[in-house]
Design a binder for this molecule. Structure first.
Ligand code: 5GP
Ligand code: MN
Length: 325
């Protein structure tokens, strides 16, 4: 088994050897995905390398303070044809997570896969997977330190953003001494912690509150009170004026109910597809449940996409969770 230190050095050799990189994170990117993308962009710019930052769709507007975030191409709206030979995937548990961006990769592409999901299947040519890292940003912090580069406040802000969002504001069990040490160093580099917490974790849009209200009005619990779930339909999205990024955090309301072991948020994508976001209080490994449905994630936070009507999908997922309880 390769050590983490060796994997970081292999990743360093990968960027030193190649040029003209496509940097991509997962569909519907969260704070860690966006900040990891721009952090890699910053590293490549320091190394004088050519690079393109991309995501299948738009990035959440609340993250547009991140330096280089304006350079992340929205691949679906770009619509162009491109073919990259050298790819860096960040925060993607498996290759499918890049979504349609795969269309921009050559058949014979070299892939550097940097991630922190225990369900990562090692799809890269070079893989740096640290399952006990709180965020991909934590892995990137270690990686960037392998190079002879001076940290800037903007780069520190990107890493801090990934750590802050993926630990739920330094509250989840992934908030290790190492996370706090790194964060302390990032604050010394000039990061404004309280301001980022306000922007990323406190502030809400009106549409976000409206869609939350609609979602909570669908709340159901199983008879034993151990599984709670809500859903949002395309109609709810229209009524509230919400965008995908406004759905972040809704699932926590289900999991946080006293006595609930697993909270689930179902997002209806169309008449025959539903995305399920699961959160566990600790006893149930929701990553294993998500993997059963071809998804993935972490023990306490995972997701998957299922085919079927809302009713069918709820039935299937809730049944599976019951078997795990
Ligand atoms: P969320 O429920 O917030 O979308 O995601 C929770 C966790 O599960 C994140 O770490 C996310 O990367 C992962 N995840 C969500 N959906 C999927 C999926 O469809 N496939 C895989 N492999 N991981 C997912
Ligand atoms: Mn992450």
């Amino acid at each position: 088994m390769q050590t983490y230190e060796q994997a970081l050095l292999d990743a360093k050799a990968f960027v030193e050897k190649h040029d003209d990189f496509l940097v991509v994170s997962h569909v519907q990117p969260d704070g860690d995905a966006v900040s990891s993308t721009v952090a890699v962009g910053w590293l490549l710019s320091c190394l004088g390398k050519k690079f393109t930052l991309v995501n299948e769709g738009p990035i959440p507007k609340r993250m547009n303070y991140l330096t280089l975030s304006d350079q992340i191409i929205n691949q679906l709206s770009d619509g162009g044809q491109r073919e990259y030979q050298n790819i860096i995937c960040v925060d993607c548990a498996d290759f499918k997570r890049v979504g349609m961006v795969k269309e921009w990769m050559a058949e014979s592409a070299n892939i550097l896969n940097i991630d922190h999901h225990p369900t990562n299947d090692g799809f890269g040519t070079v893989n740096v997977i640290k399952a006990d890292a709180a965020a991909t940003a934590e892995v990137l912090y270690d990686w960037i330190n392998c190079f002879d580069i001076e940290w800037t406040t903007a780069a520190a802000e990107a890493i801090y953003t990934g750590l802050l969002t993926d630990t739920g504001g330094f509250r989840y069990s992934s908030t290790s001494p190492k996370v706090m040490e790194i964060s302390s160093r990032l604050l010394e580099l000039g990061v404004n912690g309280p301001e980022l917490a306000e922007t990323l974790l406190e502030e809400v849009t009106l549409a976000q509150v409206k869609v939350l209200a609609l979602a909570l009005s669908t709340l159901e619990l199983t008879a034993d009170g151990k599984i709670a779930y809500v859903h949002v339909t395309p109609e709810h999205m229209v009524i509230s004026g919400a965008e995908n990024e406004d759905l972040e955090g809704i699932v926590n309301f289900t999991r946080n109910i006293q006595g609930v072991e697993v909270g689930i948020f179902f997002k209806v994508i169309n008449d025959n597809a539903v995305k399920a976001s699961m959160r566990s209080a600790g006893k149930v490994d929701v990553a294993a449940i998500a993997q059963h449905f071809d998804g993935g994630g972490h023990i306490k936070a995972a997701g998957c996409r299922l085919e079927g009507s809302l009713g069918e999908v709820i039935e299937k997922v809730v049944q599976r969770v019951k078997e795990f309880l």
